[in-house]
Design a protein. Structure first.
Length: 305
């Protein structure tokens, strides 16, 4: 069962107008979406997006659901006549509990299954296919850049060596290879944690997709609209933090053109789950919630039809 993280905090920040337009860019199993719907009046609009077909199958009849990546935010909003009219955009990043707990998806080293790792199994290549042909230096770069793995070169060399003996097609085999190549296990953390995270992020292009949807969020939101992002590891949070910081810096000179004026205002500091939530849901321990509000730019006219 999937337990939505920081549910109350996210929805409290997100919903400012019960009759407004909202987007849940990472529908998952609909936990945040159902809580948003409970706050909305009948005239409100809610668009949910997810590129996992199993997530879409768990949808709700009261909203519009698109089977797509949130990278397609701009075109989806155009299709539904919501461009520039969004009161709130929620992004709950990472993988959901059902994805992690399903051995067939290949996300977790805790369950043996086919080494897939794709959020959308119908798009792109699987982790097994990539590992079967990638060069050792490319594997090491992915482990180092996306997993911050200090033993990236050792692990990459072991993967290339072992795949010559037998194809690496299951999560258990990859976890075993990576663990054997890790000479210093971190206390309380499986030695394959960083490697699995890195490969998953690379296979799904997660960081590039995040940077893309954040840029599109500026055009999607109307003045006063809010961007609410829940991230689960430092690479994601760093991108979100920098984006909000860079677009909320106040102009130091009067009379600058609109495109040089700050476009966002950060609301409060980063939030983390409380002790009660962590007791209920240990998987929330790395979550960070950040919120920014779009500013009205002097001289600009907003379309709020």
């Amino acid at each position: 069962m999937h337990t939505p993280v920081m549910l109350q905090e996210a929805v409290d920040f997100l919903v400012t107008d019960s009759a407004g337009c909202y987007v849940d860019g990472t529908f998952g199993r609909g936990g945040h979406t159902r809580a948003i719907l409970a706050r909305l009046a009948p005239a409100a609009r809610l668009l949910a997006i997810d590129h996992d077909p199993e997530a879409i199958a768990a949808g709700h009849p009261r909203l519009v659901i698109e089977h797509a990546s949130f990278e397609e935010l701009g075109s989806l909003l155009e299709r539904h006549d919501m461009a520039g009219r969004v009161h709130g955009l929620l992004l709950d990043l990472g993988v959901s509990s059902p994805q992690l707990d399903d051995p067939g998806r290949g996300f977790s080293f805790l369950h043996d299954g086919p080494l897939d790792m794709r959020m959308n199994p119908g798009r792109g290549i699987s982790a097994a296919q990539w590992l079967a042909r990638a060069r050792a230096e490319d594997i090491a770069q992915v482990l180092r850049e996306y997993g911050e793995e200090r033993f990236a070169r050792r692990m990459a060399a072991a993967i290339v060596r072992e795949r010559a003996v037998e194809p690496i097609e299951t999560t258990a085999r990859l976890a075993q290879i990576v663990a054997a190549a890790n000479p210093a296990w971190e206390k309380g953390k499986h030695p394959a944690t960083r490697a699995f995270q890195a490969i998953r992020i690379y296979i799904n292009g997660e960081l590039d997709a995040l940077a893309s949807v954040l840029r599109q969020a500026l055009a999607a939101l109307l003045p006063g609209g809010r961007l609410v992002v829940i991230s689960f590891h430092s690479l994601e949070d760093r991108i979100v933090k920098r984006f909000m910081r860079d677009h909320s810096r106040a102009a130091q000179q009067p009379g600058l053109p609109a495109f040089l004026q700050p476009q966002l205002k950060r609301l409060g500091k980063a939030l983390r789950p409380g002790a009660e939530e962590l007791e209920r849901n240990p998987r929330a321990r790395s979550a960070v919630l950040r919120v920014a509000e779009k500013l009205a730019v002097a001289g600009a006219v907003a379309d709020v039809r």
